[in-house]
Ligand binder design. Structure first.
Ligand SMILES: Nc1ncnc2c1ncn2[C@@H]1O[C@H](COP(=O)(O)OP(=O)(O)OP(=O)(O)O)[C@@H](O)[C@H]1O
Ligand SMILES: [Mg+2]
Length: 372
């Protein structure tokens, strides 16, 4: 068998072999728990040497195995530990340490989680200025941004859980993405339906994994879109099937983040009234995303008209007037895109008022929505 110390990094060896005087100055902080995630080999030597799928047969034995080879090493989040026994040089990423920077000692519990199921992603660049209107949501987002930058000023009063609600297409997802870009922190975009598992326990497990992963990537924002698809009040759940375990698991994770800093959960729904009351009560604030006002509709039309591939000469003020009740998405996808396609299909050199005729020639403003 290899000399175990020979494969430790120089930093790790220095930590273990630190002189006694030094260790008195900086006492050993015992880790209560260390969570690892398989990270694979540092080099791919040939195709046959893929990353093995690891499964723990006995958790106690696994802890003993880890403590045996890494005892005395000081670890913090995102450090790597290299296996020296069964899988020499296979790396494990440290995803959580309690307390945050501590030494592996004989009492440390070591847990293994599987490779990432939920990956942070931010998508196309969007900033607060791109979102027209929704001032109260922007203020809340600015508070969250401040919290991500300097959690200390908030003490125990950090923003943690926010519910965005409003009609489809009013900009809820867009605002959350803008927040992710503005803060530059990890952003988990999760459609609530992705949390539903195939068998009993799988859904709860997915929720657990999501929050475990997000915790390890702090500072981070978890955005759970369309939360009504799982969080319907119990009296409505027969519509969706039994998702009680997912909701319960979500509720306990939402409670747990009270103790973790710089992790914020934003959920979005069209129907807050139908949400499970226990779930709904976890959110510290409910922010409405109303349909845009006349001025906002005009700004949205102007913003997207500027990117159309044909010049637009139609009267946008008039269009903003008769589109009361339209969402931002309606204005972009139905009104402007509809007019562009009309102009292109009629070989018009520009998008003039006639391109909107099909959209405007309806009886009442209410019916217009369905006519388009
Ligand atoms: N306030 C707004 N400012 C600018 N663009 C907007 C606004 N609202 C909606 N849009 C446009 O509509 C698109 C759809 O918006 P978004 O997906 O954010 O709506 P949503 O509220 O999340 O809808 P849903 O409830 O259906 O998920 C945006 O990507 C954007 O192009
Ligand atoms: Mg959305």
């Amino acid at each position: 068998m290899k000399d175990r110390k020979s494969t430790r990094t120089r930093k790790q060896v220095a930590e273990i072999t630190r002189p006694i005087g030094d260790s008195l100055a900086r006492p050993i902080i015992p880790a209560r728990e260390v969570v690892l995630r398989p990270a694979g080999y540092p080099l791919e030597v040939n195709a046959s040497l893929g990353t093995p799928a690891l499964r723990i047969r006995d958790e106690k034995l696994f802890t003993a195995y880890c403590v045996d080879q890494w005892q005395g090493i000081k670890v913090k989040c995102h450090d790597y530990l290299f296996d020296q026994l069964l899988l020499p040089d296979f790396a494990f990423e440290v995803v959580e340490v309690t307390p945050p920077e501590a030494h592996i000692v004989s009492d440390t519990t070591v847990r293994l989680i599987q490779a990432k199921e939920f990956k942070p992603s931010r998508g196309r660049k969007i900033l607060f200025d791109d979102v027209i209107g929704h001032d109260s949501a922007k203020i809340k987002c600015l508070i969250i941004k401040k919290y991500m930058e300097d959690p200390r000023i908030f003490a125990e009063w950090a923003p943690r859980k926010v519910l965005f609600y409003g009609s489809p297409g009013t900009g809820k997802t867009m605002m959350a993405k803008a927040l992710a870009w503005e803060t530059q922190v990890e952003f988990y975009y999760v459609k609530a339906t992705a949390l539903i598992g195939q068998h009993v326990g799988a859904g709860a497990d997915k929720v657990h994994k999501l929050f475990e992963d997000a915790t390890s990537k702090r500072p981070c924002i978890v955005f759970i879109d369309e939360i009504d698809s799982i969080g319907l009040d119990r009296s409505f759940q027969s519509v969706r099937g039994d998702v009680t375990e997912v909701v319960n698991s979500l509720i306990s994770q939402l409670d747990l983040i009270e103790e973790k800093d710089r992790i914020v959960v934003i959920a979005a729904t069209n129907t807050r009234e139908m949400l499970d009351t226990a779930l709904r009560s976890r959110f510290e604030e409910e922010i409405e995303f109303p349909n845009p006002t006349y001025e906002e509709r005009l700004k949205i039309l102007e913003k997207y008209a500027a990117t159309l591939p044909l010049p637009l000469t139609a009267d946008l003020k008039a269009i903003a007037k008769w589109t009361e009740g339209f969402s931002g998405r309606d204005l972009r996808e139905r009104v402007l895109k509809g007019a562009l396609h009309y102009a292109l299909s009629h070989d018009l050199p520009e998008i003039d008022d006639s391109a909107f005729t099909k959209i405007t020639t309806t009886d009442s403003p209410k019916d217009r929505r369905y006519y388009i």
